[in-house]
Write a protein that binds this ligand. Structure first.
Ligand SMILES: *Cc1c(COP(=O)(O)O)cnc(C)c1O
Length: 458
């Protein structure tokens, strides 16, 4: 019998950050003052912060020591060349333009590739990605498989593209109206769900035939590679690093938020294999971010990314990373809490429609549940439902199928005991779910409203 099944962390803790413990009375006041929007809480009032896995990573001693070697030259920083070398070596893209974070890369890439009236098909929208596509004059069209919109479907690759949906768009608009297909790995909005290598290969074959690019939102490519290694035939013995390289080789360019997979607190880049696109990006980045050898980043940030990339591709790291997410998911399922299945790569997504079936979507069930969990235990989560989905260009709400609360796990930050506290708190709220009332929106910002909208209890 083999007892060695655990995924214990491949690191030990060298420095700790002390947390403030609050009372329920403190938290009730804090969430009311925050307009029942967890984005508006002060982090000092939060005990376990699962708002996002973005920029919340714990850096390693290797990254911190590289940080000190940052070359802060305005032009031609050696740190830029270190980062460029890491992107080329581990991801395989030819040209690299640093940006302050992922959306900086999305802005530049959308401006270069999208013309007014273009269609951009993608495997589910992401908030900033779609907004930049729209601001550049394009229209996003969802081509993800139907299973991705069903929180109960156990499909192992819910990030897959439905090639029939894509083909219908290509037939309707013609390939010349489609500058690229926007492909996210480990699709955030579907709950951290992977695309399979087989599906990506089919898509590559199809897009070659029609002369359409694939642009890769590679924010969580290593987590996607982990799922391919675990679930896809032919990859069980393949290293995550090699799977990542193969995924990237099937695409023409990428945008990256290094704040996720790449284990840093800030940074991103745009990458492309096309000289012309690179030349224009190098030009545009000067307008929006900074010179093409720093793109809004300090030299030290680029050094930390250069070290974080290979660390993120380590098999043991990803096993522990996703293992911790799965642990939290199983604890919640043991309490009977409805979560998106299969468990995703970067967090647990609680199905707020199933949790609070007595609320209509206009009463913002996910927003409401996030506020309730905070009040119960000081655990901060976030809404991924109707508030995040925003409004259509014609002013009406998008009504997404998925109305979720996201419990996102920062990489290398919390322990298994923290996960127990989180699961038990959700169970507490679940026990009194029938008494929970909805919310009404009393302030709505124009762009990406979920960040700053304010609510009151009904
Ligand atoms: C976070 C994220 C982005 C945007 O990156 P930022 O660094 O937050 O600007 C884009 N796509 C996906 C899938 C993301 O998760």
């Amino acid at each position: 019998m083999n007892h060695k099944k655990s995924w214990a962390e491949p690191y030990k803790i060298k420095m700790v950050e002390l947390l403030k413990m609050t009372t329920e009375k403190d938290r009730k006041k804090a969430i009311r003052e925050a307009g029942y929007n967890t984005f508006l809480l002060r982090s000092a009032d939060v005990y376990i912060d699962l708002l996002t896995d973005s920029g919340t990573n714990a850096m390693s001693d290797g990254q911190w020591s590289a940080f000190m070697t940052g070359d802060e030259a305005y032009a031609g920083s050696k740190s830029y060349y270190n980062m460029e070398k890491a992107v080329q070596k581990y991801y395989g893209y030819k040209y690299v333009v640093p940006t302050h974070q992922g959306r900086g890369a999305e802005n530049i890439l959308s401006k270069i590739l999208i013309k007014e009236g273009d269609i951009v098909p993608g495997n589910m929208y992401f908030t900033t990605t779609r907004l930049h596509q729209e601001l550049a004059g394009g229209t996003f069209r969802d081509i993800i498989i139907n299973e991705a919109h069903d929180p109960l479907s156990e499909h192992p690759f819910k990030g897959n593209v439905d090639l029939d949906k894509l083909d219908a768009l290509v037939k309707q608009y013609g390939p010349s109206k489609i500058p690229y297909i926007s492909i996210a790995t480990n699709v955030n909005m579907a709950g951290g769900q992977p695309i399979s290598m087989a599906n990506l290969k089919e898509l590559r074959e199809y897009t070659h035939r029609h002369g359409i690019r694939i642009i890769h939102d590679m924010t969580r490519v290593a987590e996607n590679a982990y799922f391919i290694q675990q679930r896809e035939d032919g990859y069980h013995q393949t290293k995550i690093a090699d799977i990542v390289k193969e995924i990237c080789s099937l695409t023409d360019g990428a945008t990256m938020s290094a704040k996720k997979d790449a284990l840093v607190n800030i940074g991103g880049f745009m990458a492309t294999n096309e000289w012309d696109v690179y030349e224009e990006a190098r030009n545009l980045v000067v307008v929006y971010e900074g010179l093409h050898t720093y793109g809004g980043l300090a030299g030290r940030d680029m050094e930390a990314i250069a070290v974080g990339i290979p660390e993120s591709l380590d098999d043991n790291h990803q096993h522990a990373r996703v293992g911790q997410v799965e642990y939290l998911g199983h604890r919640m399922m043991d309490f009977g809490i409805p979560i998106v299945r299969p468990i995703g790569g970067h967090g647990i997504f609680v199905d707020a429609k199933a949790f609070l079936p007595h609320l209509t979507q206009d009463q913002f069930p996910a927003q409401c549940l996030a506020a309730e969990v905070y009040t119960d235990s000081g655990v901060r989560t976030m809404e991924r439902g109707i508030v995040s989905a925003g409004r259509k260009p014609d002013g009406s709400h998008y009504y997404p199928n998925l109305e979720l609360v996201r419990f996102t796990i920062p990489r290398r930050v919390y322990t298994q005991a923290h996960m127990d506290v989180v699961a038990e708190s959700v169970a507490n709220v679940y026990d009194r779910r029938k008494k929970i009332k909805g919310l009404k929106m009393v302030y709505e910002p124009k762009y990406l409203r979920f960040f700053q909208a304010r609510f009151e209890k009904l």
